[in-house]
Design a protein around this ligand. Sequence first.
Ligand code: PLP
Length: 404
Amino acid sequence: MATVAEHEFVIERGEDVWVYDSGGRRYLDGTAGLWYANAGHGRAEIADAAAAQLRKLAGYSIFGDFSNEPARALAERIAGLAPVPDAKVFLTTGGGEAIDSAVKIARRYHLAQGEPERVHVISRAQAYHGTNGIGTGVAGIEANRAGFGEMLPAASRVQYDSVEALREEILRVGPERVAAFLFEPVIGAGGVLPPPEGYIEGVVEVCHEFGVLAIADAVICGFGRLGSWFGVERWGVEPDLITFAKGVTSGYLPLGGVVVHGRVAEPFFSRPGNVFRHGPTYSGHPACCAAGLANIDVLERDGLVGRGRELEGELANVLRPLAAHPLVAEVRAGVGLLGAVELTAETRDRLPSALADLQLLARRQGVLVRPLGAALAVSPPLTVQAEQLRQIGEAFAEGLDELK
Ligand code: PLP
């Protein structure tokens, strides 16, 4: 707050890949907001669907035996798109709540299976899983955990790019004590870190070998960002649970959820006493679900789901030449419509505000990018055109030359 209180940057409206500030100036939204505006801004049909639902039934919870039509339709639609058999869907109001729900489902699943000791959760160094209690507790970005004390004692983190490290950690903790392993297909907020070849297949296999539930966190990677509905399809794996949010409504209203493999959902459905005592008030909010359904219609109709993969090469071509700049340590791109340009440690030591300065220099050229650790991230709406990707590259190149 100390640094931004005097100069907030207020966004007033949006249209496709463009957003406008309160002074009427136009910017290319190089980050799709916080990685969510997959369908682009200003889609009247999504707004209309939500508004029509608000007039019909503004809110009715899906607690106990209650339900509402948009929640039923959205859960069924998402279950049908999910890459797991007999999927069930638990709806939440966002990604962090989805993470907490998924971990609680995993622990209760093991309890129902007669393995109450399985409570330990493993995640990856550099992982980001939201701001709720469990997501904060398992987070791999140290700075996000610092200062809160232990929020989830039975959790540990492993090197983010090593299958062997996961196997060793499961063996160290004791397989009979490990409930779940959480992974983002491409680590997002931790710096845009695509997995090494074989990593995703490898960790899911290790989980299955030890009876550990594999939870894919597709909050960023889903709904087209990697070119498929849940991001994991490109590796052909079948996680036990998948968390989603963001692109499910393209950010038009808050919504998230957990896809649960039929085998993991089964004890909750077949045993009457096995109640999952967990239900946020706004789970399955009718207007949010109506927005989600309209957004999925748009993604399907406009062929946007595949764009994350179609455009990944183009984005990589635009960003990779920046690696030759003396201030740049590394460019990461090539898996999905996600990229990052990392500055050298020397640059960041010499100019402690280098990332914020570069963000402002790009903004002055009409392009929004966002600092993430030692890098600046790019993740535009899936409607972005090749020429607009080049504009992002040019803003970076000129900003880097101006950075002093
Ligand atoms: N998981 C991942 C991978 C995320 O990137 C985020 C948010 O950025 C979350 C979970 C948390 O989602 P939310 O901010 O909707 O709570």
